[in-house]
Design a protein. Structure first.
Length: 291
């Protein structure tokens, strides 16, 4: 079994941001579903890669200029996320994209609608892009309070490369503050607080409500630190890491194969590929899943 914690939907509308990014990188030919833009094509790629459950962290927030990078807006519809989740129970998890800058929608109104009406149980935010604050900014606390109350998993963008105006946005001290203030809030750090690899590992050691999802950054600088922390597992870090491919920014099957070929301890691999995600997303509490 494989739960891919960053595997974004490739149908019309939901994939616009990723078509732009993949085309810009010259990798469009490697992701056939981005050309076809249908559910059949999306799930065919999942099947070919052996991915059991896709967690679609697609997003809805304004674009941003971060250093030399000009990033377009994310415009994935939360209604589409919910529709696909209902149509493919136990196979697809739609993540509510919440614009905490209140530009695309009123953040709290949309959050309540997504959870209470649409049935979504995970939330994606990118406050470093818009409005441009760090993750421990008190303006975000109503979002965290609601998610903790509703047992909704928070998946914040925590990339130093493309997360915020300054590299320090990815510093895990901000996530740790939130985790400490909201101990009942499960948090999956999208992009794993990269490049603060060692700091993130130690932070996650300390918290039982934080998981790291470095996705493609697991192959960048710091690769050996991830492997050592998981394999030697002196403090239980093997339970704090979840697999994510970053599809469709990466071709799916090669990314799955590359991850599985890394020298993980055999006993750790099931935790990384699905068991930790079950805990982080509270899937044992969801009727669509049977573990």
């Amino acid at each position: 079994m494989i739960i891919d914690c960053r595997c974004r939907l490739t149908v019309d509308g939901a994939a616009d941001y990723f078509v732009d990014r993949v085309t810009h990188a010259g990798k469009l030919a490697g992701v056939p579903a981005l050309s076809e833009r249908t559910l059949d094509a999306f799930f065919a790629e999942l099947d070919a890669a052996g991915v059991t459950i896709a967690v679609s962290v697609s997003g809805c927030n304004p674009g941003a200029k971060l250093g030399r990078f000009e990033l377009p807006a994310r415009t994935a519809s939360n209604d589409v996320m919910a529709q696909v989740q209902r149509a493919y129970p136990g196979r697809f998890i739609g993540v509510a994209g919440i614009d905490v800058s209140n530009t695309m929608h009123n953040a709290m109104d949309e959050l309540r609608r997504c959870v209470d009406e649409l049935g979504l149980f995970a939330v994606f935010i990118e406050p470093g892009r818009a409005p441009g604050c760090n993750l421990d900014d008190r303006s975000l606390y109503p979002v965290y309070e609601f998610c903790e109350l509703k047992r909704v998993t928070l998946i914040p963008q925590t990339s130093g490369l493309l997360g915020g105006r300054l590299l320090d946005y990815a510093n895990p001290k901000y996530i740790e503050t939130v985790a400490d203030d909201f101990p009942g809030l499960n948090i999956i750090c999208g992009h794993g607080c990269y490049p603060y690899v060692r700091e993130a590992i130690v932070m996650a050691y300390r918290r039982d409500n934080v998981w790291l999802s470095p996705d493609s950054y697991v192959h960048h600088l710091g690769r050996d630190d991830w492997i050592q922390a998981v394999n030697y597992d002196a403090l239980g870090f093997a339970s704090r890491f979840v697999f994510a491919s970053a599809y469709p920014l990466n071709a799916l099957k090669p990314q799955v194969d590359r991850f599985q070929a890394m020298p993980w301890a055999p006993e750790a691999l099931p935790k990384l590929l699905y068991k930790n995600a079950v805990a982080a997303l509270r899937l044992n509490e969801r009727s669509a899943f049977d573990f």
